[in-house]
Design a protein around this ligand. Structure first.
Ligand code: C5P
Length: 421
């Protein structure tokens, strides 16, 4: 299953060195199942040829409002009416200024101005549907910081455009700062997120993910095989659904999903501290972390050495706090302002264990999965257990399951709506 199947994207390029990234972006959109129609300004064609973009998109590129290929000679109308979204990447400072003023002296700006701002898809008599405009700015840091550009950004948003933000770092001009176009992979993630239903808008979702690491001494510790992939997928899906998301991650090597605030922790105690503080503002907690049940009672200050006796060191263990149960018992959770979801990784008897765990943790929704079948994998199968009964989510990618789970959570947490207590 691809994330943009059935979507038709008009990819607009305005003039800027970031045009080289648009080639990769075009491929990425197509890989996710979209069809892509490229429209380029004259300036864009100075940076990358229409030949390249035609080959990658498998469609002739449009550049002129006088394009005679269109029987009605109205490329600006035809192209915008077909689109599920227009994505301008790169969007130069000049092109932003142009959009802002509603100027329309080339095909791309003309098409953006002509795009329907409201309407239902597939209406009778050729009624038009609203066509969103997504903008990926790209410019030198001084141009980006200029009050004129910042003013234009605010006004473009007020006029209904979605600004996808900029990257920061070394720029083609040799300077370092904000204003680079986002990388193709980042833009792709943003476009995919744009099309997801905003079921959790207004919510603040807190997710724990990955293993914890309990130190024995400065170089050794106890951990487990949790990869963090399920939790990271849930954080991404929650963000796609419009929530503000805080992801508290044990030691894993996974990239942070776009738009998610990540806090890295090591031990269960670190995780408890961060989660209890963040839970004060959260409306949903999804605890996917595989928290170590025990930790060494005292981590040695120095590396424990073999003493020649042939005997291993006698390690003493202390039980770790149960983070989920602690938060589920808080006043905020008990008042219904915070909806708590637990996970159970079992090796057998999933239903019985999940039901028992739901009661023991005191959470309204418990999600069971078979641990050995999912650790480190990109797919999983889930069993949802709540007071009403059970629902199976059959094997699928972790991201697809995360989106389904978020829809289930939104139904339950959304009933009361986001609250602040
Ligand atoms: O008891 P068990 O570890 O099987 O429970 C799993 C659920 O409880 C998961 O949601 C996990 O994130 C959470 N948990 C926790 N703190 C612990 C142990 C588990 O938050 N110390």
């Amino acid at each position: 299953m691809t994330d943009l199947a059935g979507k038709h994207i008009v990819l607009g390029l305005s003039g800027g060195i970031a045009c080289y990234k648009a080639a990769e972006l075009c491929r990425a959109l197509i890989r996710e199942g979209a069809t892509v129609q490229v429209v380029m300004t004259e300036a864009a064609a100075q940076f990358i040829t229409p030949v390249t973009m035609q080959a990658l998109s498998n469609r002739p590129v449009y550049g002129s409002q006088w394009d005679a290929r269109e029987p009605n000679n109205m490329a600006h109308i035809n192209l915008s009416r077909e689109a599920d979204a227009i994505l301008i990447a790169p969007c130069s400072a000049d092109f932003m200024a142009k959009l802002l003023h509603g100027r329309a002296d080339d095909l791309l700006s003309l098409m953006c101005l002509a795009r329907p701002l409201s309407g239902e898809a597939g209406g009778p008599g050729g009624a038009s549907k609203a066509v969103p405009l997504l903008i990926a700015p790209a410019m030198n840091r001084e141009m980006w910081a200029h009050p004129a550009t910042q003013r234009n950004l605010v006004q473009l948003q007020a006029d209904g455009a979605t600004i996808l933000g900029v990257g920061s770092g070394f720029q083609a001009c040799g300077e370092t700062g904000d204003g680079r176009m986002l990388e193709p992979a980042e833009l792709l993630e943003d476009v995919i997120a744009f099309f997801q239903p905003k079921r959790l808008a207004g919510h603040h979702v807190l997710v724990t993910a990955g293993p914890t690491y309990e130190a024995i001494d400065p170089v050794r510790g106890i951990t487990n095989r949790s990869s963090g992939k399920m939790g990271f997928a849930i954080a991404r899906a929650a963000r796609e659904a419009g929530a503000e998301v805080t992801l508290v991650a044990g030691p894993v090597s996974l990239p942070t999903p776009r738009g998610v605030t990540r806090v890295d922790v090591r031990s269960a105690q670190d995780m408890l501290g961060v989660v209890t503080a963040a839970a004060q503002a959260a409306t949903v907690l999804v605890a996917t972390a595989a928290v170590a049940d025990w930790r060494p009672a005292k981590a040695a200050d120095h590396k424990i050495k073999k003493d020649g006796s042939g005997q291993p060191p006698a390690l003493q263990f202390t039980e770790n706090p149960d983070i989920l149960a602690t938060v589920a018992q808080s006043a905020r959770a008990r008042s219904g302002a915070l909806f708590c979801v637990g996970f159970a990784a079992e090796s057998h008897d999933l239903l019985a264990h999940a039901q028992a765990k739901r009661a023991r943790k005191g959470v309204p929704l418990l999600v069971g999965n078979i641990g050995p079948a999912t650790f480190g994998q990109d797919d999983n199968a889930l069993l949802l257990v709540d007071a009403q009964g059970t629902r199976e989510l059959p094997r699928a990618s972790k991201l697809a399951l995360a989106r389904e789970l978020i829809a289930e959570i939104a139904q339950r947490a959304g009933a009361t709506g986001p609250k602040t207590v």
